[in-house]
Design a protein around this ligand. Sequence first.
Ligand code: GLA
Length: 715
Amino acid sequence: MPTEPTTQADLVHLTAGGVSLVLDCSEDRLPAVLHWGAALGPLDVAALRALAEGDVALVMPNEVDAPVRLAVLPEPHRGWSGRPGLSGHRDGRDWSPAFRVTALDVTGAGSDQGGTVVAEGIDETAGLAVRVTVELLPSGLVRARAAVTNRAPGAYTVDDLTIAFPVPERARELLDFAGRWGKERTPQRRELVVGTHARDNRKGRTGTDAATVLTAGEPGFGFARGEVWGVHTAWSGDHRHHAERLSTGSQVIGGGELLLPGEVRLAEDATYEGPWVYFAYGDGLDDQARRFHRWLRSRPQHPRTPRPTTINVWEAVYFDHDLARLIDLAERAARIGVERYVLDDGWFRHRRDDHAGLGDWYVDEDVWPDGLGPIVDRVRALGMQFGLWFEPEMVNEDSGLARAHPEWIMQADGRLPVRSRDQQVLDLAIPEAFDHVAERMTAIIGEYGVDSVKWDHNRDLVEAGHPGGGAAVHEQTLATYRLMALLKERFPALEIESCSSGGGRVDLGVIEHTDRVWVSDDIDPLERQQMHRWTQQLLPPELLGAHIASGTNHTTGRNHDLAFRAGTALVGHLGIEWDLVQASPQQEQDLTAWTALYKELRSVLHGGDLVRMDEVDDTRLVSGTVSPDRQRAVFFVASVGRSEVSHTGRVRFRDLDPDTRYRVDPIVIGEVHGLRGPAWWSGDRVFSGRVLGTVGVQPPDMPAECVVPFRLTAI
Ligand code: GLA
């Protein structure tokens, strides 16, 4: 229901998707959040005033003599003693700006589709101008960003520009993510105590250890219980997330870009704009995740075509590029029903292993004497799309490019940074370097009509400076976005996968330009069960590259049957990354069935509402997706260990339509050793949504590492 138009211009109530955002923009001050959370229903002017008055705290002994007002760009001059919004100076001066808002533009107040507040302010004394934008998106997600402009002579150094939103005092538990190569987005929890929980990231990329979404919530919050307030910084370079609790009891969560020393120095009239910082409220983590998913799905660039089953040849052949073998792989893949073939690392000059060749984006004449034409033509003749691997920002010292242009390699103080995977980083802020890479990629993509690029970035940035100049991560990040945008402009149908040592570049900045992420180099289904579960806190499953690997996993050495590997990958953008020569005829037949199943279910899997059940037994994971009309659903019951009890209890499927009756079909493809179905599997298997959500059904007896998908169809 639309809210009553707010005539009180300085109190703004925006509402959308079950969320209300009330901003106080009174008395020429920067916007401050009065309420961000559950929808408040229509509020007239008197109600808004009352809300604002109810928010005025008492002044306590030994505090500043007026209630501390917390703007979304927190201001020390108002007595805020936590992390400031803007930190910077002009040769040691103008370091504590006091902005006076000179223009306020509000759109959307009174609708139920959200809206935008743009406040422009100035501090004449400090010679600074600021613009703060706060937007409530239709899904109920909020995002905000700030820009600062130097309006006076003399360079102004911006050290930090952080957006922060208050969270209620009852949000005392934090959840964010840790991780490393092959183990991305591992959840970690702690109490929010007085002090700062700061996740500073100086990896020069989003990072395999990125916080991803930092959430504060009511203690014990889960997927469907407890209110949660989360923050995500949409930026693929150095960045921050933080949660802070002051001795006053005030609590905020915030984020922004992390700027290296002297990285942003504004000449007169120059502007620095920070990235979007997203704020996601939820009644439980599923509600929060759905707000991200709905927003992402509503964007014009969101991939709308069915996500093609993919084969990526990396774990099948690594650097052993042999045409006959690669064609054989393509033929086997096509027989199984694969729709996209991705040629990974190893196709370009001097790239016989990972020590050399990065930067030489010419097809290797020794390995591919006739160019890529023969493989591309065969792939297309088999009815598949063709994808190709690049690592555009990187260069090996042992490469033609590094020898020709050593001055394009990032470094600090005249010394090359320590190598990582034997590689260095190209400074894409150098126009000639940027143009060179853009020209090479354009030539290859154009020549072969490449449908998708796997865009890799396989190292953390260390001492990432402009040769002979200052820190360069900020400009590098913008240059990467520019390069992606340029290629998409030149090739409008081109898709890009964001890969970075696996899942090291997963954020909403890069998602503006890309169509899926590679979740992790670790394709072990036991690990992927967790990573898929938690990467979906930010991204919907259609953006998650999920592959079926070989039986013995190349990262962990664990062995798993095909049903666990395929059933785990089914949830995302499905692919195969396995030398199919090793697959038995029975496995090939089962893979064909899994591929067909994926094609049947992908419209539900990739368009529905995420459900993850709060289980008490951590050896069991239950998750699913329910179509928006509640007519179809797919749930996965996974066993990821051995419980201390023999019966782990009934499995419930939440968020179905309570009054609809569903047929529940377990899907078992091939031989799953040790799987036994309960009695109801051989009945008519029809239950109401209410029964499934509140009582549930007995789970099968499953081996320790196993997943069973269930197809739910309304009857
Ligand atoms: C990274 C990627 C892998 C693969 C290799 C190629 O590790 O994450 O998937 O593309 O690079 O070198």
